[in-house]
Ligand binder design. Structure first.
Ligand code: AMP
Ligand code: MN
Ligand code: MN
Ligand code: MN
Length: 295
């Protein structure tokens, strides 16, 4: 049975491992098919695919990206899969997104300096090649931890970053429709990432699913880490109801955490896996596993 992990991060955004180290770890973790889905960047693709080739790794690499979109003044994440990686208009959209990330990081750094007297964040961010690498709030969180403003990311987000992000004002991410359109023009498929992490009430969630589907979105990320079985089953039912395919991805950022590569990614039997549309086999929990399955 193949293990698919279609959501992971490298140093091209806020992941801890280089693209080479990521593909090596994926193989160690028995992953058979991997998508690297860095925030608004495909910079990891070339190095990763060269490593797979040169080291003859038994790994099917799928092109990927995770695009931050705005929808009703919120941030929604779309995963794009299996597109032509050098497609010009998709790359131009990603480049705009990274530019916005750069400006946004500067606003956040200024806010931290002015409101909290935390100096030097902007300067420390200058070593990141923001043209290719997506500058994320995790980069800032790590600097705050280095400077002893907190012990772990969730803490500095709570203490400083959630508040500082309000200083950014009007969001300038691309729309859901734009992201879906660009992914599809490049020959790929659009997946709504971690659908139950947006804290939406039911009617708004349904509105999101409607809009996503109407704009041509193909799949829901049904299986991911830190999910209970009922949550996963619920997403599988929504995918069915909206005639969407089901994807699975760990959202891996660093080794040894709860989002370990390839772990816990079986789809419920009611799901129609996205890789069926690639001509591959369905792979779901068998009934007895499904019944005893718990996280
Ligand atoms: P950004 O896309 O720049 O807003 O950065 C978002 C990234 O920061 C996410 O992909 C997570 O990896 C991380 N993140 C967001 N919120 C939190 C949080 N409360 N605690 C820890 N990490 C977070
Ligand atoms: Mn991230
Ligand atoms: Mn995300
Ligand atoms: Mn992610």
């Amino acid at each position: 049975m193949k293990i698919y992990d279609l959501h992971s991060h490298t140093t091209a955004s806020d992941g801890q491992l280089s693209p080479t180290a990521l593909v090596q770890r994926a193989v160690q973790q028995q992953v058979d098919a991997l998508a690297i889905t860095d925030h608004d960047s495909t910079e990891g693709w070339l190095e990763a695919s060269e490593a797979v080739q040169k080291q003859k790794l038994p790994l099917q690499l799928v092109t990927g990206v995770e695009i931050t979109c705005q929808w009703q003044q919120r941030e929604i994440h779309l995963v794009g899969l299996r597109f032509a990686v050098n497609h010009p208009s998709l790359q131009s959209l990603l480049s705009q997104q990274r530019q916005y990330r750069y400006q946004r990081a500067q606003v956040i750094a200024d806010y931290l300096a002015q409101q909290h007297g935390i100096m030097g964040i902007w300067q420390s961010l200058q070593h990141v090649n923001a043209k290719a690498t997506a500058l994320t709030r995790s980069h800032i969180a790590n600097l705050l931890i280095q400077k002893h403003y907190g012990h772990y990311p969730a803490q500095v987000f709570q203490r400083y970053l959630i508040d500082a992000t309000r200083a950014v004002g009007e969001l300038a991410w691309c729309s859901l429709e734009q992201a879906i359109q660009q992914i599809q023009q490049a020959g790929g498929q659009a997946v709504l990432a971690h659908p139950d992490r947006y804290a939406l009430k039911e009617p708004q969630f349904l509105e999101l699913l409607n809009e996503f589907q109407a704009a041509g979105g193909q799949a829901l990320e049904v299986a991911y880490s830190r999910q209970t079985t009922p949550q996963r089953q619920r997403l599988s039912l929504y995918a069915q109801r909206y005639q969407l395919l089901a994807s699975a991805g760990s959202d891996f950022h660093y080794p040894g955490g709860v989002n370990e590569l390839g772990r816990n990614l079986l789809l419920p039997s009611s799901s129609r896996a996205i890789w069926l549309s690639w001509g591959e086999q369905q792979r779901v929990m068998n009934k007895s596993v499904e019944q005893q399955y718990s996280l």
